[in-house]
Design a protein around this ligand. Structure first.
Ligand code: ZN
Length: 314
């Protein structure tokens, strides 16, 4: 007899009850576990648009461009919800967002605006008068657009499921960091020593305060109020004080066109024009300005342009 069969037979029990237990342990349980393992991700993936940040930006940009085109003297700006565009395309393209292109997105976005009126106005002085036409627009509802697209009931349901998805998760690049991530300090020191919990990454995101789409120009480092904040590099304080949504904020200018910003501070420990060294305490974590809880909003700018700070610490 084959050696493998011998081994298997040796493990095979002889009475019926044991055979049942054997089957349960080695066949039914693993089968169930495997089924559970795959069922979860599959159902989850069906409701999550498989779209990357660059593609999302394309939708946000196009939705805003078309929205801007609706504003004139007689028509107010019609805001098109980019999330509805993504949800529709998730169904249309069956999640394959490589098929998305700006021209198609624009066509879809335009379906959401409906011309309801046209106003003619004579402008200028005689004899140089011209007739100017202004179109007045209205926003179409998602249902109206889905019907225009001839979506089936099942497809309409799917679109609505996609919209339920919390896009902030998708747009939050912080989610891409491993759990035990720690900053690697090269040219810049980490502004909150020893605290590496990023609650919001750099890039487009759903505004946590207003729920609207915005661009997050820095990273949010969650830390308790009063934790020290240090200068990331040698430089000079360009601004120290209150600045709107930033709350109490410090700007430090560095060599090479670099600037770092530290926002929502509970207390500022430096003054404008003060020279600082990397690692100097400049302030303390807080929740001032537009903030939902104590954290440091940290930015790195190059010639005024905000860049992803994490790029300097990996
Ligand atoms: Zn922030």
């Amino acid at each position: 007899m084959h050696i493998l069969s011998k081994i298997l037979l040796a493990f095979l029990p002889d009475d019926l009850e044991s055979i049942f237990k054997f089957a349960l342990l080695f066949i039914v349980v693993p089968a169930l576990l495997i089924a559970l393992l795959f069922a979860g991700p599959i159902t989850a993936a069906e409701k999550i648009p498989l779209i990357n940040t660059e593609q999302v930006k394309m939708y946000i940009y196009t939705a805003n461009k078309v929205s801007d085109s609706t504003k004139n003297k007689y028509s107010q700006r019609i805001q098109i919800d980019w999330r509805q565009l993504v949800a529709i395309d998730a169904v249309r393209f069956q999640q394959d967002f490589s098929k998305a292109n700006p021209a198609e997105i624009e066509k879809l976005a335009k379906m959401f605006i409906k011309k309801v009126d046209e106003v003619e106005e004579i402008e200028g002085e005689f004899p140089n008068q011209v007739v100017k036409k202004y179109e007045v627009y209205k926003l179409r509802s998602l249902d109206e657009v889905l019907s225009l697209l001839n979506f089936s009931t099942a497809e309409k349901e799917k679109v609505k499921e996609f919209i339920e998805f919390d896009f902030s998760l998708l747009l939050n690049s912080a989610a891409n960091l491993p759990d035990n991530w720690a900053a690697v300090e090269k040219n810049f020191k980490w502004p909150v020593p020893g605290v590496y919990r990023i609650t919001s990454g750099f890039g487009p995101r759903v505004d946590p305060v207003y729920g609207t789409m915005g661009f997050h120009s820095g990273v949010d480092i969650a830390a308790p109020t009063g934790k020290i904040v240090i200068a990331a590099a040698d430089g000079e304080v360009g601004y120290a004080g209150w600045n709107g949504g930033y709350g109490n904020v410090i700007y430090i200018t560095h060599n090479g066109g670099y600037e770092t910003r530290y926002a929502h501070l509970s207390r500022i420990a430096v003054k404008k024009w003060q020279k600082v060294k990397a690692g100097d305490i400049i302030g303390y974590v807080g929740s001032t300005g537009k903030s939902t809880g104590p954290h440091l909003h940290f930015e790195i700018r190059i010639n005024g342009q905000a860049v992803d700070p994490l790029g300097f610490y990996r």
